[in-house]
Design a protein around this ligand. Structure first.
Ligand SMILES: *Cc1c(COP(=O)(O)O)cnc(C)c1O
Length: 365
């Protein structure tokens, strides 16, 4: 049967998630398998969030609040922005999809870094837009090249900072100047999925630019540092008129009542986020020190993952780690074929995977 599917979908493959833990256990006969592949929080989520979920269980028969009023109020207060400047999504992935549905079509184009988060391209392709990906320089966005790629048909320029999969970030001055140089009709989408992990002093607070740039949209999520990836909730922030304009592309009940309740509670647990941020930096130091002593290069990362270059196919490192009970992400699928992206885990997990990597290098050399 020849289904009459949109031409745009034919070149796309469905997202390949990191291998599920249970499948790896079964296939390789391993008792313990640790997943450091999807930048999930190794410490889980806040206890407040779990309590809020339990309390929301009696409401399951009722549709969620489509406007996410309570969560909206909470996020707006905590970030000092207006409630009308927010749009919530079933993960920030969905906000990316909503944006693409709202502004892209055949004849338009989008500009992004390369490699970067693949969902920008994926959703833009489905909408029939032209993709303009500008190669990174040393793991960082080539912002000058991205500016040059913008023309009268450009609708979105994507900025991912810290960038996935490199971990590089863009400092305040550089990002500010970049936004001033993007034509006002072009949306600048700044994806800050790893915002809570950043410790660099010159990382910008982009929310304070929202009133100055009508074309700025900032993405954040509860999936990473907040440890709520399984619930699917994220959001975008922008000028009120822009939010209103894209709202019709959002499903009426796109975020669940449980996710909303958990996110509200999670925001209150600032201690949990602080603890995770500190633990992440210590874990990052474990990996950096391993790289230094092993003579491996990596990109300095402000996120909760590190992209390490092993100078052999990332698939080889991936397979070795898998056989030893660790799931990571091979750089072959991420545009850095000789690298591996490892999520920073707990201290013990990091020690374990570093020991395995040390053994791997010994066998290689
Ligand atoms: C993980 C990630 C997201 C998506 O997160 P959601 O779970 O959909 O909120 C968005 N952008 C980047 C760069 C990410 O790494």
């Amino acid at each position: 049967m020849e289904y009459r599917i949109k031409q745009e979908l034919k070149g796309l493959t469905p997202y390949k998630p990191g291998k599920p833990i249970d499948e790896v256990k079964r296939e390789l006969g391993l008792e313990k398998v640790t997943k450091l592949a999807s930048n999930e929080n190794p410490f889980g989520c806040s206890e407040y969030a779990k309590q809020a979920i339990t309390q929301s269980l009696d409401e399951l028969a009722i549709y969620p609040d489509g406007y996410s009023a309570d969560l909206r109020n909470k996020v707006a207060k905590s970030l000092n922005i207006n409630e009308s400047q927010l749009i919530f999504g079933n993960g920030s992935d969905e906000v990316i999809q909503i944006l693409c549905r709202a502004v892209l079509q055949k004849g338009t184009n989008m500009v992004s870094a390369n490699p970067t988060f693949p969902q920008y391209r994926h959703n833009a392709v489905i909408e029939g837009a032209e993709i303009r990906e500008i190669d990174n320089i040393d793991g960082a966005h080539n912002l000058e090249g991205m500016l040059q790629a913008i023309d009268s048909e450009t609708r979105i320029v994507w900025v991912c900072t810290p960038n996935n999969p490199t971990g590089n970030y863009i400092n305040e001055q550089t990002l500010y100047k970049f936004i001033t140089r993007v034509p006002k009709e072009v949306l600048v989408v700044v994806d800050e999925a790893y915002f809570e992990y950043v410790v660099a002093d010159d990382y910008p607070d982009t929310t304070k630019w929202l009133n100055e740039f009508d074309n700025l949209l900032i993405l954040r999520t509860f999936s990473k540092a907040y440890g709520l990836a399984g619930l699917r909730i994220g959001y975008g922030m922008a000028n009120e008129q822009l939010i209103q304009a894209i709202e019709p592309a959002r499903e009426p009940f796109n975020t669940s009542s449980i996710a909303q309740a958990a996110a509200i509670a999670a925001i209150d647990d600032t201690g949990f986020i602080e603890k995770c941020r500190i633990a992440n930096r210590s874990g990052m130091a474990q990996f950096e020190s391993f790289c230094h002593s092993a003579g491996l290069t990596y990109y300095p990362s402000q996120a909760n993952f590190i992209l390490i270059d092993f100078e052999v196919s990332g698939d080889i490192v991936f397979d070795y780690l898998l056989r030893n009970g660790f799931i990571v992400r091979s750089g072959e699928a991420l545009g850095y074929p000789t690298s591996v992206r490892i999520t920073v885990g707990s201290k013990e997990q990091n020690e374990e995977i570093i020991n395995i990597l040390t053994a791997f290098l010994k066998e290689q050399r």
